[in-house]
Write a protein that binds this ligand. Structure first.
Ligand SMILES: Nc1ncnc2c1ncn2[C@@H]1O[C@H](COP(=O)(O)OP(=O)(O)OP(=O)(O)O)[C@@H](O)[C@H]1O
Length: 328
């Protein structure tokens, strides 16, 4: 247990291991990950495709594929272990009501054969004992909050644009006033202008409604303006975790440094060339013995190929798992 549990923690993930069983072994998709999210705060989880972000999210929601195994660890929400909770109770009391989900593809939440209002009604009526009229009033208010006209409630999802659908999913996620929203690449499929608007909307709703948010993305640049803390994942491991200002102004892990240097900056473009990270992430069925980033790391030392670095505190709320940093 690296982080001491506190009453400020809304979500507390401790030493979580979620592996996928294959014909030849186990894919170590989330491998000993610990992190926390405080009440009314935003955590950004970033890393390249395949580093285990979605596996972390599906483990929290208990919707992992059949071949996934939670090997060890725990996830606490408001102090209660949600992995060992009875699944029916979890679905009734936690999903949507306490933790809501905004996925990358809004169609994963919106059923194409039902009108928007019918899906929103169902979300309310399966969890709460309110009249249909009351529920409709809440739906219109929720749509207003995300800038979608009332008449769109009578449409089918395919009659709406991608941005409108994403706004509706955001409205749906807030219908039951959850304490936490998990957004998994929720803006990735949108054009940059719509993406910026949706991000702004999510941030302003988060500030006014004071829910916590886990914002998962492969695009680190999106996190600077929305997050309070940042968790960087690499090949199933958490390699850096800390206060957003600290991570952006003083990235400690060589992988985080490269990720930040890979962010395009229009103002800097003439002076600085973008740096692509050489090589590929390892095979998670047979990851390297020591640090999983060592084969791509410009600072790798012999110990990095031998021993796995542990996440440890650098200073204040800033943690890193790197032998080169702990040697400094
Ligand atoms: N059902 C599965 N069976 C076996 N391996 C899987 C399964 N689902 C995912 N994986 C593997 O687990 C690892 C983590 O995948 P995951 O989808 O969690 O990563 P990610 O960071 O969310 O990637 P992306 O951004 O591309 O969605 C990858 O190596 C992936 O190939």
């Amino acid at each position: 247990m690296i982080f001491e549990e506190s009453t400020d923690n809304l979500l507390y993930v401790d030493s979580l291991k979620t592996y996928y069983k294959t014909k030849t072994g186990y894919v170590k998709a989330v491998d000993d990950v610990s992190l926390f999210l405080d009440r009314s705060k935003v955590i950004g989880v970033a890393g390249e495709s395949g580093c285990g972000k979605s596996t972390l999210v599906t483990t929290i929601f208990r919707v992992v594929p059949k071949n996934a195994h939670i090997m060890s660890g725990s996830i606490k929400f408001k102090g209660q272990d949600i992995l060992s909770m009875d699944i029916k109770r979890f679905r009734k009391e936690i999903v949507w009501k306490e933790i809501a989900y905004i996925p990358q593809a809004s169609m994963d939440v919106l059923d194409p054969v039902y009108k928007v209002k019918d899906q929103m009604l169902e979300t309310i009526l399966t969890h709460e004992d309110v009249s249909k009229a009351e529920a409709m009033e809440r739906i219109y208010k929720a749509l207003e909050n995300v800038g979608v006209p009332h008449e769109k409630a009578d449409m089918f999802p395919y009659e709406l644009s991608g941005g409108q659908r994403q706004r509706i999913v955001i409205a749906m996620s807030l219908l039951l006033n959850p304490s936490m929203i998990v957004s998994d690449e929720a803006t990735t499929a949108l054009d940059v202008i719509t993406q910026a608007k949706i991000l702004e909307l999510m941030k302003s709703l988060q500030e006014s409604r004071k829910f916590s948010m886990m914002f998962v993305t492969h695009d680190l640049s999106l996190l600077a303006n929305v997050s309070d803390s940042i968790a960087i994942m690499y090949a199933g491991k958490l390699v850096e975790f800390g206060d957003v200002e600290k991570v952006f102004s003083n990235p400690l892990h060589p992988y985080t440094q490269l990720l930040i240097r890979a962010i395009p900056n229009i103002a800097m473009r003439k002076k600085k060339r973008l740096v692509a990270i050489p090589g590929y992430p390892p095979d998670l069925e047979n990851p390297p013995k020591g640090c999983r980033f060592a084969p791509r790391c410009p600072l790798a030392m012999p110990i990095c190929n031998e021993r796995e670095p542990e996440l440890s505190r650098a200073e204040g709320f800033h943690y890193v798992a790197c032998h080169a940093v702990s040697k400094k």
